[in-house]
Design a protein around this ligand. Sequence first.
Ligand SMILES: [Fe+2]
Ligand SMILES: [Fe+2]
Length: 181
Amino acid sequence: MSSATLAMPAWARVSERRLEHIMRVTELLDEWAAALRLPPEEAQAWHDAGRYHDALRDAPETELRRLAGDLPEYTTEMLHGPAAAERLQQDGETRIELLDAIRYHTVGSARWGRLGRALYMADYLEPGRKFSRADRAYLASQAPHDFDATFRQVVRARLEWSLREGMRLYPEAVVLWNSVR
Ligand SMILES: [Fe+2]
Ligand SMILES: [Fe+2]
């Protein structure tokens, strides 16, 4: 599916810039799904994960906290994953793997199957981000061929960045790293 036809739900709260990121993530997931020759249903779920993962990225904090529920340790930036999953469920979305991919994409989950892992990678590796362009482009090209090793590299890179910036490490992210290292 081309990005030009990417339809966001009516409840989405995304800036123009964010929408471009969403389109790039979705395109990358579409590319990987094609390279992996995923069956149509799974490919559609990968596409939808990209399309919906940041649908509430620019929603106000009060709305995000109301939807995300009791997550006092989450910073504002972390809430849009659980909030979007909740909102999708209210819309009748029942694909658990899709919901879990979106719910945990801001922090990571050791319980993910292929879909959650693919979204986590695509979110980081999409070509619009300005840092480490060559390294990330290489990893993006490797993802469909060496999925697990690429995922490990992305988890490592994201945790390294968090440490370097003096950010909090969330327990879910540490458990994820221990499960793949
Ligand atoms: Fe996000
Ligand atoms: Fe994103």
